[in-house]
Design a protein around this ligand. Structure first.
Ligand code: SF4
Length: 710
C-alpha cells in the first residue's frame, strides 16, 4: 500500500514537472533598471514568474546586449529584503501602514512646514528617471525650486565644460572612428554596452585605441596603448596635445577658420604648455604626447577624444571644468565636431508635453538655496541638477525642512556620510520612495514602497539617442507581489493629497500618449516593439550651434564676464599626496563591471562574484605596497580627514604609484540589506564635503589618505 502511494507521488511530481516545463512562455519588451543606461530588453515569463531576459537588438543604446548587472538585478524581484507595504517610523522602528494613512500624514506635516518655513523648504531628489518631469512638476506646483539629481557627485563638471564650448553634451561616434583616445572613462567597467560594442567594431576595422587612466581598467585591457597618467593632471596632457597641434600646424585649418572663435587667443597662450612641461606634470613622456597627437591628426577628422563621463573630469577635481574645456577644444582642432567617426550631436526624440491639456504650474519665485546658476556662487552649476551634496548643509542650517528621496540613496552615495546623516536627520520630515530599506530609507519618517521595475509601467523614455532618435518603454512583466505602487502613481497621488492635484489630472497611459503625439507613434506600437526609431536621421556638419557665437567657443566671452579663464589654462589639483611620505596616496574609485555602486551590492548573485574572485580589495601599486611591508591580500588601514576603515589590498603593477583605488558598491551600512551589509568600504567614507568654486561639483578625487599596514 505504502509503495503504491509513493509511486503515485512520484508520478504526480513527474507530471507536475512536465506541465511546468511545457508551460507557455510570454515575451514582454521592457527596460532594464539595473543602472542609468536603461537598456532595452525582452523579459520572458513562465508560470507567472520571471523566466529570463535578453537584449532588444533594435536598441541604439545596448544593441541587443545585457551586462552582468542586468542579469543579476532581475533576481532582486524575489529578494526577501524588499519592502512590502508603506512604513512609518515610530520610536525608531518601522510599522506597516496603509497608503491612505501615509499620504494623509505626510500631507498634514507638509502643510505645517509650508506655513512655518514656506514651500522652498521642501526638496525632492532622485536619480534621473523618465518620470522625473512629474517630480519636478510636483515641486513647482508646491512652489519649491528644490528639485535635485545626483549630478553634482557624478557629471556636472563634464556637462558644463561641453556646454560652454559647443553648446551641449555631444556623443562619440566610436564605431566609425579610426583613432580613439579615452581619458579616465571606463565603458567596459562602468558599463556602457553600446560603446564597448562600437569600440570592438572600430578595432575590427583597424582603429587604434589609446586609454589614459592611472589604473589598468577593463577598457585598458582592450587598448593598443595604456598611458598610466598621474591622477589629476589630464589637463596638462590635453594642453600639451593642443600645443603640438597648434605649433606643428596639425589642426584642421578650414574647420577652425569657419566654425570656431578664439583660435588666435589660444595660439598666444598655448605656447606655455609644451610637451616637455607636461611630461613633468603628468608623467607621460613628451615624445609619447607628440607621437600620439601626430598619429591622431594624421587620421582627422575620423578620430576622437572620448567625451568622458564620471571619472577624470565628471566631478572629480578642482580642474575638471577646465579639463573638459581643453578636451572639447582638442576635438575641435581635429575638425571632428559633428563629423562621422568623431564627436557628434546625437538625435534625440522631442517628446510631447502635458500642456495645454494639463496646465503647467507657475513655478517657484525664489532661486535655489544651493546657489546653482547664481553669479558669485556657483554660476557654472547646473540649475536642473542642483548641488545634491549641499542638501545636508542646507538642512543643518534650517533652510530645508522636508525631503523626498526617490530611487536614490544619498546617505551612501554622498561624500562625508557622517555629515550627510546629520543633515538628513535634521529634517522634520523625510520620505523615502524605494524598493528596499537603503541607508537613507532606514532613517526616513515614512517609506513608500515602489514596485520593482518588472512589476510596473513607466513613462516613455528617450534614453536611446544616437544617429537616429529612439523612444523606449518600460512595461509591467509580472504581477505585483506586495502592496507597492509605481513611482509615477506615487507622485500623482502625493500631488492629490498635497492640494495640487489640479496639475496632475492625468494617468500614466494618457501622459505616455501625449509624449508620443508629436512623434506620430502610437503607444500600442511602442509597447509591442519596446523601442521605436523617431525623427530624422543624423546629418554631418553644422551651420550654427547653441553657443552665443553659434560656433565652437575656443575663447568664451561668457566665461570671461563671469570671471573665469576664457581659454583653458593649467590649474593644479586642490590637493596632492606628499611625495616624501610613504603612507600618503590619492584615493581614486570607480565601478566594477558587475555592480552599480551600492544599488546592486545587496544582490546575492552579483555579490557572489565579488567573493569568488576576491574583488573587495584596495588596489595599490606593488612597489609602494612592498615599501610599506605589505603582501598581496594583506590588511591595511585607510585614514582621511573625515573617516577611517580597514580593507585588504591588491598589489599590482596596474596602477600609478601615487594613488590607491577603491571599487564602488561596498561599505553598505544599512542592516536591512542583508547580503551587502558591512562588506568592504565606500570611498565616500573618506571624502570631505567639497564644492568646486565654479560648478559646485563634489571634487571627489581631491582626497589624500594615509594607508598603513595593520
Ligand atoms: S548596462 Fe546592464 S545594468 Fe545597466 S541598464 Fe544595461 S543591462 Fe541593465
Amino acid at each position: 500500500m505504502g509503495a503504491l502511494a509513493l509511486s503515485d507521488q512520484i508520478l504526480d511530481f513527474k507530471s507536475w514537472a512536465k506541465t511546468n516545463a511545457e508551460a507557455p512562455v510570454t515575451r514582454v519588451p521592457t527596460t532594464c533598471n539595473g543602472c542609468g543606461n536603461r537598456c532595452a530588453i525582452f523579459a520572458y515569463v513562465k508560470n507567472g514568474r520571471l523566466w529570463r531576459i535578453e537584449g532588444n537588438p533594435e536598441a541604439n543604446g545596448n544593441q541587443g546586449l545585457i551586462c552582468p548587472k542586468g542579469h543579476g538585478y532581475i533576481h532582486d524581484l524575489y529578494n526577501p529584503d524588499r519592502i512590502r507595504s508603506p512604513l512609518k517610523r515610530v520610536d525608531g522602528r518601522f510599522q506597516p501602514i496603509s497608503w491612505e494613512q501615509a499620504y494623509k500624514e505626510i500631507a498634514q506635516k507638509i502643510n505645517l512646514i509650508i506655513m512655518d518655513k514656506g514651500p522652498q523648504s521642501i526638496f525632492w531628489i532622485n536619480y534621473p528617471q523618465p518620470n522625473h518631469a512629474y517630480a519636478l512638476r510636483l515641486m513647482h506646483a508646491l512652489g519649491s525650486p528644490h528639485y535635485f539629481t545626483h549630478g553634482s557627485t557624478c557629471y556636472t563638471a563634464r556637462n558644463a565644460g561641453w556646454n560652454y564650448t559647443v553648446g551641449k553634451l555631444p556623443s562619440n561616434d566610436l564605431a566609425n572612428s579610426r583613432y580613439i583616445m579615452i581619458i579616465g572613462r571606463n565603458p567596459a567597467g562602468g558599463i556602457d554596452l553600446g560603446q564597448v560594442a562600437d569600440i570592438t567594431k572600430a578595432k575590427s576595422k583597424g582603429a587604434k585605441l589609446v586609454v589614459v587612466d592611472p589604473r589598468h581598467s577593463e577598457t585598458a585591457i582592450l587598448a593598443d596603448e595604456w598611458l598610466a597618467i598621474k591622477p589629476g593632471t589630464d589637463l596638462a596632457l590635453l594642453l600639451a596635445m593642443i600645443n603640438v597641434m597648434v605649433k606643428e600646424g596639425l589642426y584642421d585649418r578650414d574647420f577652425v577658420q569657419k566654425k570656431t572663435v578664439g583660435f588666435q587667443e589660444l595660439e598666444e597662450q598655448i605656447i606655455n604648455y609644451p610637451p616637455e612641461w607636461a611630461e613633468k606634470v603628468c608623467e607621460i613622456p613628451a615624445k609619447t604626447i607628440m607621437r600620439i597627437t601626430r598619429e591622431m591628426a594624421a587620421l582627422k577628422p575620423k578620430v576622437l577624444l572620448h567625451r568622458g563621463y564620471h571619472g577624470a573630469f565628471g566631478c572629480q577635481y578642482l580642474n575638471s571644468f577646465q579639463t573638459v574645456r581643453a578636451l572639447a577644444i582638442a576635438n575641435s582642432l581635429l575638425g571632428n565636431i559633428n563629423r562621422e567617426g568623431g564627436i557628434y550631436f546625437a538625435q534625440s526624440a522631442e517628446l510631447g508635453e502635458l500642456q495645454p491639456k494639463h496646465p503647467v504650474p507657475e513655478g517657484p519665485k525664489v532661486p535655489k538655496a544651493d546657489g546653482t546658476g547664481i553669479p558669485g556662487r556657483y554660476p557654472l552649476g547646473s540649475y536642473g541638477d542642483g548641488i545634491a551634496h549641499a542638501i545636508p548643509e542646507l538642512a543643518l542650517r534650517g533652510e530645508l525642512k522636508c525631503g523626498f528621496v526617490y530611487h536614490h540613496n544619498p546617505l551612501r552615495t554622498n561624500p562625508n556620510p557622517q555629515r550627510a546623516i546629520a543633515g538628513y536627520k535634521k529634517l522634520e520630515l523625510l520620505v523615502a520612495i524605494d524598493t528596499v530599506l537603503s541607508e537613507t530609507a532606514s532613517i526616513a519618517h515614512y517609506v513608500l514602497p515602489e514596485s520593482f521595475y518588472l512589476e510596473r509601467e513607466e513613462a516613455v523614455d528617450t534614453k536611446h539617442s544616437g544617429k537616429r532618435g529612439q523612444v523606449s518603454i518600460q512595461q509591467k512583466v509580472v504581477e505585483r507581489m506586495f502592496d507597492t505602487r509605481p513611482g509615477t502613481q506615487i507622485i500623482i497621488e502625493l500631488a492629490q493629497h498635497l492640494g495640487v492635484g489640479r496639475f496632475f489630472e492625468f494617468n500614466l497611459e494618457e501622459a505616455n500618449e501625449l509624449r508620443l503625439k508629436p512623434l506620430g507613434n502610437s503607444l500600442a506600437g511602442l509597447k509591442q516593439k519596446g523601442v521605436l526609431f523617431v525623427g530624422k536621421p543624423w546629418k554631418e556638419g553644422f551651420d550654427k550651434i547653441d553657443t552665443p557665437s553659434g560656433k565652437v567657443e575656443i575663447y568664451s566671452s561668457t566665461l570671461e564676464k563671469l570671471g573665469f579663464p576664457p581659454i583653458p589654462r593649467w590649474e593644479e589639483p586642490l590637493v596632492s599626496p606628499d611625495p616624501k611620505d610613504p603612507h600618503s596616496f590619492r584615493l581614486l574609485h570607480g565601478k566594477q563591471a558587475f555592480h552599480t555602486h551600492a544599488m546592486t551590492a545587496n544582490q546575492p548573485y552579483l555579490m557572489a562574484i565579488s567573493h569568488r574572485y576576491d574583488l573587495i580589495r584596495l588596489w595599490m601599486n606593488r612597489r609602494r605596497g612592498e615599501l610599506l611591508g605589505l603582501k598581496d591580500g594583506g590588511l591595511v588601514q585607510i585614514k582621511s580627514l573625515v573617516g577611517e576603515g580597514k580593507i585588504r589590498v591588491k598589489l599590482t603593477e596596474g596602477i600609478h604609484p601615487s594613488c590607491v583605488w577603491l571599487p564602488s558598491g561596498y561599505g553598505v551600512f544599512s542592516k536591512h540589506l542583508t547580503t551587502a551589509y558591512d562588506l568592504g568600504l565606500s570611498y565616500n567614507d573618506f571624502l570631505p564635503t567639497l564644492f568646486d568654486p565654479a560648478v559646485g561639483h563634489a571634487m571627489s578625487s581631491e582626497i589624500i589618505v594615509q594607508v598603513k599596514k595593520v
